[in-house]
Design a protein around this ligand. Structure first.
Ligand SMILES: [Zn+2]
Length: 196
């Protein structure tokens, strides 16, 4: 069964070890901020720094492992039709829209949507790490480190598949930031399958 995350919203769910999470960009050029916690101990969470360090690359794709803050594998990317994601930027938030976009009445963004989705699991705002930003296209200048957020490379219907390496609580969004999705807010679809 395919689940739809409406534009500018989020959701959370459990993903058991061995299950596959397929994230689909139904209309193209949309981003989903994804965070994960150990279902048994939510102080263990997805770590951008450790994952990038161990992969030796900024941009992760098929075969790469997303590690926890305790250096334990949480998710493995087992299939990737897009091949470009970001694991360096925090979820967009009221402050993102205030500081970067100059909005007077800013939307609560992915941060607010993740907070709302994770509250029933007892996970608070300060426990939300740098997300794995599925389909987010961030270009980095190799000398200055200057970053540019570009439209995602994802085409309508393209997907990336993750396998859970432990029992997890996952939260995901359909991103609310204009730069991330080429200034058109769109949904994100996902599906959970048991391993074959
Ligand atoms: Zn966002």
């Amino acid at each position: 069964m395919t689940n739809r995350i409406p534009p500018r919203s989020g959701t959370a769910f459990e993903l058991k070890k061995g299950q596959l999470l397929t994230v689909v960009d139904p209309e193209g050029e949309q981003v989903s901020d994804l965070v994960a916690y150990n279902a048994e101990d939510t102080r263990e969470y997805l770590s951008s720094g450790r994952s990038i360090d161990y992969a030796g690359r900024m941009f992760l794709t098929t075969g790469d492992i997303l590690y926890s803050n305790r250096s334990v594998p949480m998710l493995k990317i087992v299939e990737d039709e897009v091949g470009r994601h970001d694991f360096s930027l925090t979820p967009c938030s009221r402050d993102t829209f205030r500081i970067i976009y100059g909005d007077k009445d800013p939307h609560h963004g992915c941060q607010g949507n993740l907070e709302n989705a994770l509250a029933p699991y007892g996970i608070g705002p300060d426990a939300i790490p740098t997300a794995f930003n599925v389909f987010m296209h961030v270009a980095v200048d190799s000398d200055s480190g200057e970053i540019k957020v570009l439209p995602p490379k994802s085409k309508p219907g393209q997907k990336t598949v993750f396998r859970a390496e432990m029992d997890l609580i996952i939260a995901m969004t359909a991103c609310s930031a204009g730069q991330s999705n080429n200034f058109r807010y769109k949904p994100i679809d996902f599906r959970i399958d048991n391993a074959a």
